[in-house]
Design a protein. Sequence first.
Length: 347
Amino acid sequence: MNSRHLSFPHPEPPKTKIRLYPVFLPFAGCPFRCIYCSQKLQTGTDISAAEKTAKEIFALVSANFARSRKSISLGFFGGTFTAMPLKDQLLLLNMALELKRLGAVEHVRCSTRPDCVNEETLNLLKNYKMDMVELGIQSFDDYSLSDSKRGYTGEQALAAAVRVKKAGLELVIQQMPGLPGSSASAFLKDIEITAGLEPAAVRLYPCLVMQNTVLARLWSEKRFQPWSLKKTYKLVSLALLRLWSKKIPVIRIGLAPEISLLPGIMAGPWHPALGSICRSQALATYILSRTTGKEIRQISIPGRYQSDFWGFKKKNSSAYLKRGITTDNVRLSQGDLFELVFEPNYY
Ligand code: SF4
């Protein structure tokens, strides 16, 4: 390639292909209910850990395995796993271990809070062959953590993340941009800290105002204003670029569109295609940043990224047009690389 040509792969690191079977344990072990949290609406279930027994999960997963012979990843979400009564943790850990022995499960994870992991709890998880811990850190910013009444400091959150890694467990960091007391700069600083921790993956859940939460009351009293969609697209796409540059996959952006979720959203940056909009905005920013000061004659893009390239409802078109990219000079390829050819005057 000479200087009239530039080629590069999609900046997003590859994600694991293994199917995740989520087990929701709404509020199980949570020391209190967080001001924004509505697990019933978010997960579409209000079945408690006690009702949805380990026995039922075992029967379902092993039956699926007998049919498909494909092992899965098992995840315990929706509560604070490591703060559940020990007997409940052991019930689920034993069940997961047995499914691993059978080959039906090859990866197990749980979600918990940063103030509920110590050496002892992490050792227990390790002893039962847990692979990954997802920490609902939400922010490292003391101001935001205090305004959001999370009950721990940024330093404690950081220490917890380090502890998980030191214990030899894979770490996933969950962040919640737009919490009370947050700002664009604090969020981008959070992303820097997260990038520095080099977690196995990140989830980003922009803060929504859900029915029957303390945040809903604060919002109705005009004491809290969630981020707009536009602000969220911009900041999340910047966060993606930073995390991708460190090869950290972002495995979820925004809450899954459960049927029960939509009527419960009172305000905040919700869009069914939030993740793909942020991803495509990040991709466009990345491509355009590679072309500064140059006019493009032709661009060839891998066919599978066509919709990412143009964005939801062709949102990226106007930014491309300013740099001479139109439908006329974009070609689809079967390859893996984006290939740009610049006008001769510009090389
Ligand atoms: S710890 Fe997590 S699951 Fe529990 S109430 Fe808070 S946000 Fe909800």
